[in-house]
Design a binder for this molecule. Structure first.
Ligand SMILES: [Zn+2]
Length: 306
């Protein structure tokens, strides 16, 4: 008998609001104005919970060029597709070595909830057939494991844009950039008591004519995505490797002396020549061990590692 995985849907609806008075100044955005999709009980988790295990996710904007899934994006069909791809590429440029939206090179089925590919297109209902809420511009429907060993792992995400709206081109790109932020695991900071003028705000406060208009991910949005996706294959910080600090503890201690003596005897050790050949003789010897023990005891010693 197999156990069915527990799945959860996150339905992130993104609302349009009227622009405020033109005199309003752009709010200052703190760097931590981001939020994560929650996989468990905490509505606004402090740490990322929902993520793609393979941080190279296929997406397909070409539906925007099809009649049934076209959108009034302020340009022709090819412009709509290009704006969609621009929105994905901006995230890619902001997350080097971390996360990539990859243009799908094969056939993607629209709203397929299990293909692991992000389909993007205009609709009159959500992917699950339910209605858009009032003033809802777009919705990202994410599917991930809600429990078990795979908790938080995304299975799929699909983006639908409400065909009831007419977009300007910048407004359309901002909407797609926002939805792609959901697709990679971000939520709305303003729904977690962090209401700032970031791309992932649940509602766009400003028209594209406003200087406060956000079309691309802000520093705060990017920091949130960086929290979800640490650098792939990070380069370890080079350790200065104090001469004599065999175990890299940062200080030279008796333990290091023991490590050097073990190395000199051909036993397993944390030594490298750069840390343990303290007299620079070209070999790790008992003399080096004695020097390290002298150093650890605060006595005069040699520290001339190669
Ligand atoms: Zn949203």
């Amino acid at each position: 008998m197999t156990t069915l995985p527990r799945l959860l849907l996150a339905l992130l609806a993104c609302v349009a609001l009227a622009a405020p008075a033109a005199s309003q100044t752009c709010p200052v955005v703190p760097d931590d104005a981001f939020a994560f999709i929650n996989a468990g009980s905490d509505e606004c988790p402090a740490n990322p919970e929902v993520f793609w295990t393979d941080a190279a996710v296929p997406y397909d904007c070409s539906f925007l060029a099809n009649g049934p899934n076209a959108i009034d994006c302020g340009g022709d069909a090819s412009a709509c597709v290009a704006l969609c791809e621009d929105a994905a590429n901006v995230w890619n440029a902001d997350l080097p070595g971390r996360f990539t939206f990859v243009a799908a090179d094969d056939t993607v089925d629209f709203c397929d909830p299990g293909d692991g590919k992000v389909s993007i297109g205009g609709t009159t209902t959500l992917c699950d057939g339910s209605a858009y809420g009032s003033r809802v511009l777009a919705v990202t429907l994410s599917i991930f494991y809600s429990g078990g060993l795979q908790a938080g792992q995304l299975i799929d995400a699909n983006i639908t844009i409400n065909q009831a709206f007419q977009f300007s081109q910048p407004g359309f790109q901002a909407t797609l950039g926002h939805e792609l932020g959901h697709a990679l695991g971000l939520s709305h900071p303003d729904q977690c008591s962090d209401d700032f003028n970031v791309l992932m705000r649940s509602a766009s406060l400003f028209t594209p004519q406003s200087e406060c208009f956000v079309v691309d991910p802000t520093t705060a949005d990017i920091r949130g995505a960086e929290r979800i996706y640490p650098v792939v294959n990070p380069t370890p910080n080079p350790t200065p490797g104090v001469c004599g600090d065999a175990d890299l503890s940062g200080v030279v201690t008796v333990t290091d002396g023991v490590q050097v003596l073990r190395a000199s005897a051909g036993l397993s050790s944390s030594c490298t020549a750069a840390r343990c050949d303290v007299d620079g003789s070209g070999a790790i010897t008992v003399t080096d061990g004695v020097n390290v023990l002298r150093s650890a005891a605060g006595l005069s010693s040699i520290a001339a590692c190669p």
